[in-house]
Design a protein around this ligand. Sequence first.
Ligand SMILES: Cc1cc2nc3c(=O)[nH]c(=O)nc-3n(C[C@H](O)[C@H](O)[C@H](O)COP(=O)(O)O)c2cc1C
Length: 185
Amino acid sequence: MKEKLMMTFLAAVLCMTAAARPAPEKGADGKKILVAYFSWSGNTQHVAEHIASLTGGTLFRIEPEKPYPAEYRPCTEVAKAEKEADARPAIAREVEDWEQYDTVFIGCPVWWWTAPMIINTFAESYDFKGKTVIPFCTYASTYRDETLARIVELTPEAAHLKGFGAVDRNTDGIEEWLKEIGMTE
Ligand SMILES: Cc1cc2nc3c(=O)[nH]c(=O)nc-3n(C[C@H](O)[C@H](O)[C@H](O)COP(=O)(O)O)c2cc1C
């Protein structure tokens, strides 16, 4: 009787612990997924949210400690200066419990023909050994492939799956892509 009570108590404690800290969502193959993205004007955020809703991934916004100018022209100037200086703009927040993720989507807009420099900061801030990285980007018209390739180049320790580029916030083709790379059923 005493033993039974103890077992019931232990089971209740285990349930409460699990409830207090929900496990991150898992994708089709049971992997824990992070969808990390940088977005200045909202397009990449829109695409990231779509990916997260289809895969059950956890969203992480890569936010600069010092915000970029809100106006387009000044923003392009800051972005250009950062690129020319090979800068590493500081990121405001850290991913919690990085170890729990197996798969990390990394998304950004194309800025000056490549990934914004803050993606370098992100890639250099975490250990990608044993992770699978899936790049995605949004762009107006050019340098999609170069930007996806840059994200791969910045995470050499990771395995990689085929990436995706969206024009602005057009999400056509995302569902097919996620199926093709085995991230959804
Ligand atoms: C600084 C800057 C540089 C850009 N450079 C390019 C580029 O080289 N090629 C391109 O197709 N679009 C370029 N764009 C357009 C953005 O990639 C595009 O609008 C993107 O979807 C914006 O994503 P966001 O809303 O998540 O910031 C640039 C935009 C900015 C602000």
